[in-house]
Design a binder for this molecule. Structure first.
Ligand SMILES: [Fe+2]
Length: 491
């Protein structure tokens, strides 16, 4: 007997014999339907026709993961209003993040892996236009027929995108026109929420929730891309000053122990999750220890002063090549000034605070530091087990510091798991057993990047609190440093 748990949106295209019966049967007639906490689960059993030895198969269709399924009979104004409010909140926060910018700041692209602020503003609107309005709003027309080309990122099933490296070459549409584009998309989306009939509402709500989570990812990219751009400027422009509390004495580094055994990891189906967090599954872990806090700047300075960047034995071959090729001798944004380390922050150039978590290091640097320290990076499974449930606490973008903060007091268990910095894990970004991408072009969101990248966990000081969760899997190439990326040790 096998069991599959699949998100509702992945309607059963994976199992041809079942596809027909599910799509034809009205939901209320499905056998084995169970209701728990307002979520609907369907359970099916059937005899496999071709091989009597494979007796049965249970499919649990979980209606929750990609959307809070709205009961069609219960659709009320408050349900619509809640979604509209959430939409307005997320969309307006993106614009709030751009409020310190001058017009010139919106347009520049200083590296292929970063995008201009103007592009982020437009692309997040394109997402709603492409995956929602074009499908759900009869007769919908974009403000410009070429926006679908200019502001597509990488969704090849929706059309050929404009060249990523040349996003900064585009002066038109102007910044003003991009804001008009956003306003137009907002009007249409809000209208759609208000006017959609009950039958379409849950599908529409599902796409909007993906679109809002997508927008939150771009809010973080917007900040990190702006930081990267400003850092190229010898004037070290200030995005926004935000005084953060300074901690002069941080808790001692300690180890939290976990026994070997079988653990469950992955999304349980309660609340929103991306397809790459599914399905929840069992994993075997050997006994391990994880650090009680993040690695600090002060500890990383010891690695530098010990000649860490010059010593090949700490480095993966590819990492040591990157050190030579890129001239790395410290984390990104660090510079020596009058004999002291300084770093560029979104509040300008500052003296490095030794108690704050080290940030803007590549996977290669994190791995080399861990080896130098006689440790290793945790696997993503170890991280997830050690993290405990997310309570909403942490240094996230809402705090407004936009810089990781030193640990003030040490609680029981692992501290600083959420917020401050994305934590590199030693796990390559690969599909979970039984992973199924979303159907259609949205299937390009995550699955096609499962090659040569590493998983990071926990969110950062540039992540929205409402965007993170215990099972969230971020991923970047091992040489990338411009996100707020840091280090936690394991052994
Ligand atoms: Fe995107």
């Amino acid at each position: 007997m096998s069991q599959l748990i699949i998100p509702y949106m992945l309607k059963p295209h994976i199992l041809p014999p079942l596809t027909k019966s599910l799509s034809e049967a009205p939901e209320k007639d499905l056998p084995g339907e169970e209701r728990r906490n307002q979520h609907v689960f369907y359970r099916y059993e059937w005899i496999h026709g071709h091989n009597p030895n494979i007796i049965s198969f249970i499919l649990t269709m979980n209606a929750e993961p990609l959307m809070q399924k709205t009961e069609r009979t219960d659709l009320s104004d408050s349900v619509r209003e809640e979604l509209m409010n959430r939409y307005r909140t997320v969309r307006s926060f993106t614009e709030e993040l751009t409020s310190p910018l001058e017009t010139e700041d919106y347009v520049i692209q200083v590296a292929e892996h970063t995008s201009p602020a103007k592009w982020h503003l437009a692309h997040t609107s394109w997402f709603f236009e492409t995956f929602l309005l074009a499908k759900e709003k009869p007769g919908y027309q974009s403000l410009h027929p070429q926006y679908s080309y200019l502001f597509n990122s990488y969704y090849l099933q929706t059309g050929v995108p404009h060249c990523r490296a040349r996003r900064g070459n585009i002066s038109r549409p102007t910044v003003r026109e991009v804001f008009e584009y956003r306003a137009s998309v907002d009007r249409h989306v809000l209208e759609l929420i208000e006017q959609s009939n009950k039958d379409r509402f849950s599908d529409i709500a599902s796409i909007i929730k993906i679109g809002l989570n997508h927008e939150q990812q771009h809010q973080e990219l917007l900040l990190t891309d702006l930081k990267f751009m400003f850092a190229q400027n010898p004037l070290y422009p200030v995005y926004r000053k935000a005084e953060r509390p300074r901690i002069h004495s941080i808790p001692e580094h300690d180890w939290i122990s976990f026994d070997e055994g079988i653990y469950h990891v992955g999304h349980s189906g309660n609340g929103f999750g991306y397809d790459n967090e599914f399905p929840r599954h069992k994993t075997y872990l050997h006994s391990f220890q994880i650090a009680s806090r993040l690695v600090t700047n002060g500890e990383y300075m010891e690695f530098i002063e010990d000649g860490g960047y010059d010593e090949p034995r700490w480095w993966l071959e590819e990492g040591y090549s990157a050190v030579g090729k890129e001239g790395w001798e410290s984390p990104l944004y660090w510079t020596r000034k009058e004999g002291e380390w300084h770093y560029f922050t979104l509040g300008g150039l500052e003296k490095v605070d030794p108690g704050e978590p080290v940030c803007h290091v590549s996977y290669f640097e994190a791995d080399a530091f861990a080896r130098w320290a006689g440790c290793r990076l945790p696997t993503e499974q170890e991280w997830e087990i050690a993290a405990g449930d997310f309570t909403g606490e942490g240094n996230f973008v809402e705090k407004g510091y936009r810089q990781p903060m030193a640990l003030r007091t040490s609680g029981a268990g692992a501290n600083q798991m959420y917020g401050d910095v994305w934590e590199w894990t030693g796990s390559p970004y690969t599909p979970y057993p039984g992973y199924e991408p979303l159907p259609g072009a949205l299937g390009e969101y995550n699955g096609k990047f499962m090659c040569n990248q590493y998983v990071l966990r926990g969110g950062s000081c540039a992540t929205s609190r409402a965007h993170i969760r215990r099972t969230y899997r971020n991923f970047f190439y091992p040489d990338k440093r411009w996100q707020f990326m840091g280090i936690r040790l394991a052994r």
